[in-house]
Ligand binder design. Sequence first.
Ligand code: AMP
Length: 214
Amino acid sequence: MNIVLLGAPGVGKGTQAEKMIEAWGLPHISTGDILRKAVADGTPLGTQAKTYMDAGELVPDVVVIGLVKSRLEKPDATKGFILDGFPRTDGQAEALDRELASVDRSIDAAISIDVDRDIIVRRLTSRRTCRSCDKIYSLIADSPADPAVCDACGGELYQRDDDAEATVRNRLSVYDRSTAPLVDYYRSKGILHVVDGNRPVDEVFADVRRIVEG
Ligand code: AMP
């Protein structure tokens, strides 16, 4: 199964992807995670991407398309994949289709997770990540005992630079402008599924399961 997860930042794509990996063992390809790792490792790609990411802007298509192409060529992605945070522009969606068509493959399902805007802003600004084990917390839904310390490993919890409120608002307007039109792109191909993400994680996942397992 080749799956694209669509939806604004903060709708829970990463959380659903984790559950999908558990259920079906598909590789999770998150361009945000790949770019954040490049930034943390201080690679030339990371240095180039950081300015855009900190401002909540999109990293240029040519950069992300190259990243995804080489990731899709790895052997584990040949049996299927979950793309999270890609494509985000028409150019990326078309490049993805071309790349897959060249090896006789295509996207099977685009799952769009919808969440109300005020909930997204609250979710993102309350998100904290552990510097040591990368576990993600919500200070609203599953707050750790100490908001600065990871319950799992004792590591330091931090807020992603791009989860500050002003940047969150910019990421949402970038989404509306560049990425939201992709919903129609996949609808016109007859492979779009819309899921109500304003519900507990397991209820959302029950819908995702129905879509994937048919
Ligand atoms: P995410 O974790 O998916 O919210 O991505 C964090 C940031 O990485 C975004 O705000 C962009 O700056 C950058 N990014 C991630 N995926 C893409 C993409 N497909 N195209 C352009 N920029 C991206």
